[in-house]
Write a protein of this length. Sequence first.
Length: 219
Amino acid sequence: MSTTSVPNSEGREEQFLFRCQSTALAERIKAVLNNLPSARKEDFNMDLKWAKDREGVFKIGGDQFPCQLMDLPGVIESYKTYNDANLVKSTDVGQVILVREPGSDRIPHKEARHGLTPPMRDARKRHFRPPHQHVDRYVVEEVEQDLASVLGGHGLEGLQYHDVEEVWVEDDEGNGEWKPVTSKMSVPKLQTKKLPPTGKRPSKKKTDMALVQDFIEEI
């Protein structure tokens, strides 16, 4: 995979997957990217030009290779690391540039059926849900109305909703579980202590002046 150092119009760097059918070509590109002693000077001059929307030519040194842009069956997440310990997601990649052998025929379909790794072989047929070819438009309208109702905070038509209150109950061994609250369940009451009699206790409804008068009368 390679990345461009120039950010796009949204301020994010562009990344793309670069796959070579030729093992020798892949080794040449790796030698240049890693600045190995085996890298040839002319190989540092690489260029990629597109003749059409999905067809182009990749140039390295004095050699040219046909290439084409293909869609991946899924989205690939790209990560960066600055300390070889923590990963930071940088972007999503959904396409791959396939560099073919010189003189090879163009692959007719636009999608890379088998993805990037062996587990993704023919993933669209083996893992993905088949698309609905024929769906009644009235069903689509009903689903849209139900979705709008849920987003608006309302319930779906024709369904009954039951609000159940639950309480956490523990046994003597400390094992607990959530149980529905029923009318027979006893709610623990707060324990209060009675104060010893120390004379008259002022009423909460009395004002401050009434409390002062009661205090003077007791004296």
